[in-house]
Design a protein around this ligand. Structure first.
Ligand code: GAP
Length: 491
């Protein structure tokens, strides 16, 4: 993880928020490459799950909502963690995780020497186990108290109870409260889904592991509404659709680069289930700190629509023409974090290789996710014709694929830099491309394309470039197939 964090800062993927002021706890800023990667993840997710499906529509609901939304959803009463406070240093800990952190101990058997002892273990000198604050080692801890994870704020100029509202802790509720609006506007039949990508905020007590758990993050959520009376594949529709969504989500993450052996399913046990869920399956990813949740796919039953109907007094039903009855749909909810997905894609793409005795760092991003698709590089930046050709190519190619020009180092170094940020293709313009007027030589109008993973190079006429990149980047044609049509260039 440290290697990824350092690469992210060095190459402009992710910075600590407000770093010059010492940083803000667990908030992160996405730099020039990070914002491209993040947008690419959201774009392919939206394209695959919204545009390419007949049974999905999109929504962008506001972050601030009516406070009753959170009463109805159960967040005001249930979205809490049990906390204990140190009476001495005033630090706060999650009661259920306190035994998982290393603790500070002033050992009486060694004249009060200070030790840091591994989580859950006793002191090897005096045999005592932790009872005091794990951080300062001196303070008594209070009894556990429930702490709500929602950020509270005030709507309007007066800070009084009547104007209290919350930053949404999930995007899902914006979908439920718009269920009837969307039904009326689109005349959809069940089953259908509503998708949304947007920011969510949680005052996490133990944020950490870089962008894995932060206080401000983004979710990509779908609420997929099904008729609980229907049967699909001989099973209740909600159960069958739940399994379909689990398979679709798993396939999506592996399609864009996660190794199949780094992703697995976790079935929630009864006591793990949220108050609204009939069944939940998490997709776990093998993060450096261990298998952890990448996304969740829950069967939320009719809980949310019923709750909002009860609290708002508005009917949130769908009319089943066949059975001539109004019913409350069941909901399957695939819910993924953009930041967690981005971290998993980064980790899985990262490789350290040895090339001709030197270390090469490469991010083997799926081309659709790669922040920059093509880098145009001059072999000699002192030759104006080469530089002009590069700028012209960059200008033309970037209309369709984000293309960058770089001349700040020698070519070998420029290639390594692009490898390190995952650029799948480099185009190099050299003397042969433009010719040498002083020697009366005309150029051949060909450039070198270098592929990131194989480092193979081919010589391609400039006039073919757009067709070649359309095949590689839009049609997903394999490099080996495209490269077979052109002569190899020396690396
Ligand atoms: N609407 C259901 C819901 O919000 P969740 O399991 O609490 O369920 C869904 O969150 C996903 O959102 C998680 O699987 C994770 O990817 C992401 N997520 C949740 N809390 C997060 C946090 N503090 N930081 C980053 N991502 C988070």
């Amino acid at each position: 993880m440290d290697v990824i964090v350092s690469l992210c800062k060095r190459r402009g993927f992710i910075f600590q928020s407000s770093e010059i002021y010492g940083g803000t706890g667990s908030c992160w800023d996405y730099g020039p490459l990070g914002v491209e990667l993040r947008n690419n993840i959201k774009r392919v997710w939206w394209r695959d799950f919204v545009h390419q499906r007949d049974d999905m529509v999109g929504l962008d609901a506001s972050i601030l909502m009516h406070p009753m939304v959170w009463k109805a959803s159960g967040h005001l009463d249930h979205f809490t963690d049990p906390m204990v406070d140190c009476r001495e240093c005033k630090r706060r800990f999650r009661a259920d995780q306190i035994d998982e952190i290393d603790w500070t101990h002033y050992c009486p058997a060694t004249k009060g020497n200070k030790f840091t002892i591994k989580a859950g273990e006793p002191c090897k000198h005096c045999g005592v186990r932790r009872t005091l604050c794990p951080e300062c080692g001196k303070g008594e801890l209070t009894a556990p108290r429930q702490f709500n994870l929602m950020f509270k704020t005030f709507m309007g100029p007066v800070e009084e109870d009547a104007s209290v509202t919350y930053l949404r802790p999930e995007t899902a509720q914006g979908i439920f409260v718009n269920f009837d609006n969307i039904l009326q506007a689109t005349r959809r039949k069940l089953p259908f889904g509503i998708a949304q990508i947007g920011k969510a905020f949680r005052n996490e007590i133990t944020p950490g592991n870089f962008i894995f758990r932060s206080r401000e993050f983004e979710q990509m959520e779908i609420e997929f509404f099904v008729n609980p009376h229907d049967r699909v594949d001989g099973r209740p529709a909600d159960e069958a659709w739940h399994d379909r969504w689990i398979a679709e989500c798993q396939a999506w993450f592996t399609r864009y680069g996660l190794a199949a052996e780094h992703v697995k399913l976790h079935e929630h046990a009864r006591d793990e289930l949220a108050h609204y869920a009939k069944r939940t399956v998490d997709l776990l990813y093998k993060f450096p700190m261990g298998w952890s949740e990448l996304m969740g796919i829950a069967n939320r039953t009719d809980f949310d629509l019923k709750q909002h109907a009860k609290f708002s007094g508005k009917s949130l039903t769908w009319f089943d023409e066949e059975r001539k009855e109004h019913l409350v749909p069941f909901v399957i909810e695939p819910s993924a974090g953009v930041d967690r997905a981005l971290l998993a894609f980064l980790l899985d793409a990262y490789r350290e290789e040895e090339v001709r005795g030197e270390k090469r760092v490469v991010l083997r991003f799926h081309p659709e996710l790669a922040p920059i698709k093509i880098a145009v590089l001059p072999l000699l930046k002192k030759r104006p014709e080469i530089v002009a050709t590069c700028h012209d190519l960059r200008h033309r190619l970037t209309r369709r694929w984000l293309t960058l020009y770089d001349d700040t180092a020698a070519i070998g170094r420029l290639y390594r830099r692009q490898d390190e940020v995952g650029t799948p293709y480099c185009v190099t313009v050299d003397v042969k491309t433009v010719g040498d007027p002083e020697k009366g030589e005309t150029g051949d109008g060909k450039v070198t394309i270098r592929e990131r993973d194989t480092m193979q190079q081919i010589r391609v006429p400039i006039t073919d470039l757009e067709t070649v990149f359309a095949r590689l980047l839009d049609a997903g044609t394999a490099w080996s197939e495209v490269a077979a049509a052109y002569p190899r260039a020396e690396g």
